[in-house]
Design a protein around this ligand. Sequence first.
Ligand SMILES: *[C@@H]1O[C@H](CO)[C@@H](O)[C@H](O)[C@H]1NC(C)=O
Ligand SMILES: *[C@@H]1O[C@H](CO)[C@@H](O)[C@H](O)[C@H]1NC(C)=O
Length: 212
Amino acid sequence: MVHIFLLALCLFFSSSVPSHGSVQDFCVADYLAPEGPAGYSCKKPANVTVADFVYSLAKSGNTTNIINAAVTPAFAAQLPGVNGLGISIARLDLAPSGVIPLHTHPGGSEILVVIQGKISAGFISSSANTVYLKTLKKGDIMVFPQGLLHFQVNAGGTKAIAFVSFSSPSPGLQILDFALFANDFPSMLVEKTTFLDDAQVKKLKGVLGGTG
Ligand SMILES: *[C@@H]1O[C@H](CO)[C@@H](O)[C@H](O)[C@H]1NC(C)=O
Ligand SMILES: *[C@@H]1O[C@H](CO)[C@@H](O)[C@H](O)[C@H]1NC(C)=O
């Protein structure tokens, strides 16, 4: 009986207690190696410095553009320390008429906190197409579940700022209008697949720089 217990104990320790060598505190992105589905390879721990974990989102993004808004990401591609940790963050700046158009982050859920101004935000569920809308003021937060189409619009008439964090180091960002009208997606197929007419598609392609 005692022997069996000791044997079980030995097996337990040999199989389930990791050796020191296999414990990994972090996997700071090694930008010199290619990125795979699981993220970047890890830098050698000896080459990691505190700078790999620090970034600044103090500066406003440039909102002089068609959406009058800017998204400044601190994803794994910008902040190597978040690689492998399942988190990241970004800053949103919205000029008075700014809008982050309907978009999705295929890789992660989002939580937003308004730190200045007022923002109307919403998302659309995937099966019922239910719209969840709210105008948020300073200090309010809102959750956007992974993969769902959502947007943020300045609702205050003054500059608005928010920070958004993600449950992924590389959540991705696909803006619906850019996917439809800012590339070489043939107009005929855009019309077929969206039910928009030729004039509407040509106009949007003109505004957003699409061809075809
Ligand atoms: C690690 O740092 C050393 C010394 O600075 C450098 O020579 C080497 O290329 C670095 N290795 C990697 C994988 O970055
Ligand atoms: C902001 O972007 C606009 C348009 O690209 C550009 O003309 C302007 O110089 C930029 N402003 C700053 C401060 O970088």
